[in-house]
Design a protein around this ligand. Structure first.
Ligand code: B4P
Length: 184
């Protein structure tokens, strides 16, 4: 199974990824987690990423693509779940090229439909370093401008499935499983 979770920051991608990976045994590739690990390790890449992440911007496509490529090849046998990637049209197009080269196109992209008021409430109560009001506003604006166009991109490919991302965590997982079970 080759799938992408698409949604605004705080729409629940990371939360649902845990349940999905537990059910299907696929490889989880979260660019947010990979970047936070670089920041925690104090690497050169982490230093560059930290300032951008805490300001609510997107880390450059080159850095992100470099990070995922090697993990993608490793995850190919089991299937994979991308969470937080792609986030720009350039990342989506690069992913298509990469998967095309491997002869393993995406099966489905699950889009989490959650309104911005709910997202803001969730992120403020989580309180991660990038979860203050000004940064959340910036992240949502960046999402609208750079990530939301991917809804149309995958919809045109016939790969998009929209799931209502509001409700209990297990209730949302059940909605996602109903989509993903088709690709087991
Ligand atoms: P990410 O780590 O991807 O984080 P996110 O979008 O903020 O969160 P997610 O949607 O996973 O929400 P979660 O489940 O945690 O990105 C962080 C930053 O990294 C970006 O801003 C960017 O700078 C950088 N980055 C990452 N990928 C990149 C890329 N590809 N290109 C460039 N830059 C990149 O849920 C949020 C909260 O909601 C949690 O507290 C959770 O407990 C709660 N929640 C979840 N489901 C709920 C529910 N059903 N009801 C109530 N609360 C719920």
């Amino acid at each position: 199974m080759r799938t992408v979770l698409l949604g605004a920051p705080g729409s629940g991608k990371g939360t649902q990824a845990e349940n999905i990976v537990a059910r299907y045994g696929i490889t989880h590739i979260s660019t947010g987690d990979l970047l936070r690990a670089e920041v925690a390790a104090g690497s050169e890449l982490g230093k560059k990423a930290q300032a951008i992440m805490s300001a609510g911007g997107l880390v450059s496509d080159d850095i992100v693509l470099g990070m995922i490529e090697e993990r993608l090849v490793k995850g190919m046998a089991a299937g994979f779940l991308f969470d937080g990637f792609p986030r720009t049209l350039a990342q989506a197009e690069a992913l298509d090229v990469l998967l095309g080269r491997l002869g393993q196109p995406l099966d489905v992209v699950v889009f989490f439909d959650v309104d911005f008021d709910e997202i803001t409430r969730r992120l403020l109560s989580r309180g991660r370093a990038d979860d203050n009001e000004a940064t959340i506003r910036k992240r949502l604006a960046v999402y609208e401008e750079q990530t939301a166009p991917l809804i149309e991109y995958y919809s045109r490919q016939g790969r998009l499935d929209t799931v209502k991302g509001v409700g209990g965590i297990d209730e949302i997982s059940a909605r996602i499983f109903a989509v993903l079970d088709r690709f087991r």
